[in-house]
Design a protein around this ligand. Structure first.
Ligand code: NAP
Length: 315
């Protein structure tokens, strides 16, 4: 039986692992088939404090992992299929590892950016296709960018990208935006943003010299056209990775785990959530790391209180 199992190895899970390991709590960290989380899909990270020259996302995650190992965290590879949170110790069914039990759990499984699923999209991730303007916008200084989506994220990303790009074109599949009025107004007032509404994305087109643009269908006329761009930012939402919880933890309507304000506590005692799986607002490596630290401290206090309770009962 483990004192704590941490599920997920993005900045949130690894920071929780560093803190718990350093407090001698010997956490077991379950890393999935894409260890390191979303940061490993970006190239350089330039906004994580402490790295004035920037650092590769994969290197940052590898460093955090080593730091956790140095203090005694154990890592095992597997995919958590289900959990039983009806009684303690909690049980996890892990593909590749079998059944594991833990007194407490930290959930840091992140959120996955949604993709359009069109040809050319997956092949060009990191080569002009991105799902994170904050991470990659800087690389498109003076370039032409397309942002796909009609929600708040698309409006926000488009606005942010106008700081770098020569032109930002918002492409949305309907003629009506989903974004809130204030975000729409802000984007519409921005002279650097042009609009291609009622266009269904069909294909990301790339050649030897890099990305050429996005092929779309005009839903009114049925005609297809290639919208030229050096970069395509897909901003059509995220999906929190909470499916394995089977509805045992309270979430909001989009599936993000609800934590008690100012803590990492879920509705289940001894189960904590940190990082993007409980945050659809900030979604930054540094905020994820900060919430991972909170989860470790909350978890440590819980285990100490439980140990104290059990000792009192024995006496
Ligand atoms: P969202 O509201 O679900 O919007 C996703 C957009 O992408 C929709 O316009 C949708 O089109 C489009 N879309 C979905 N699948 C597509 C596909 N396969 N191809 C092309 N387009 C596709 O997601 P979001 O914008 O990420 O926002 C998520 C939540 O976070 C919202 O509650 C939002 O308010 C919040 N948020 C808030 C802020 C802020 O307040 N600063 C910033 C970002 C996000 P349809 O409209 O046709 O369905």
């Amino acid at each position: 039986m483990h004192k704590t199992i941490i599920i997920g190895t993005g900045p949130a899970g690894l920071t929780a692992a560093i803190y718990l390991a350093r407090a001698n709590m010997e956490p077991l960290v379950i890393e999935g088939w894409q260890p390191g989380g979303q940061l490993t899909t970006t190239t350089e990270v330039e906004n994580f404090p402490g790295f004035p020259e920037g650092i590769l996302g994969s290197e940052l995650m590898s460093n955090m992992r080593k730091q956790a190992q140095r203090f005694g965290a154990t890592f095992k590879t597997g995919s958590v299929k289900s959990v039983d949170l009806s009684k303690r110790p909690y049980t996890l069914e892990v593909e590749g590892l079998g059944e594991l039990q833990a007194e407490s759990i930290i959930i840091s499984t992140g959120a996955s950016a949604k993709y359009m699923g069109v040809p050319g999209e997956q092949d060009n991730i990191g080569r002009g296709v991105s799902t994170c303007a904050t991470c990659d916008g800087f690389f498109f200084r003076g370039k032409k960018i397309i942002v796909v989506g009609g929600g708040d994220s698309a409006m926000e990303e488009a606005g942010f990208l106008t700081r770098f790009a020569s032109e930002v074109r918002l492409v949305h599949r309907r003629d009506e935006l989903r974004a809130s009025k204030i975000m729409q107004d802000r984007a519409q007032a921005n002279e650097k943003i042009s609009w291609s509404l009622n266009r269904t994305p069909l294909e990301i087109v790339a050649g030897d010299k890099g990305l050429q643009g996005l092929r779309v269908r005009n839903n009114e006329t049925g005609e297809e056209e290639l919208l030229a761009a050096d970069g395509v930012f897909v901003a059509i939402g995220h999906t929190p990775n909470t499916g394995f919880l089977g509805g045992q933890i309270d979430t909001d309507e989009q599936g993000y785990i609800l934590v008690k304000p100012g803590t990492s506590e879920t509705n289940i005692p001894g189960v904590y959530a940190c990082g993007d799986v409980q945050d659809h607002t900030y979604r930054q490596a540094i905020t994820a790391a900060g919430s991972g630290c909170m989860a470790a401290l909350d978890c440590e206090r819980f285990l100490e209180a439980e140990a104290h309770k059990n000792a009192s009962i024995t006496v």
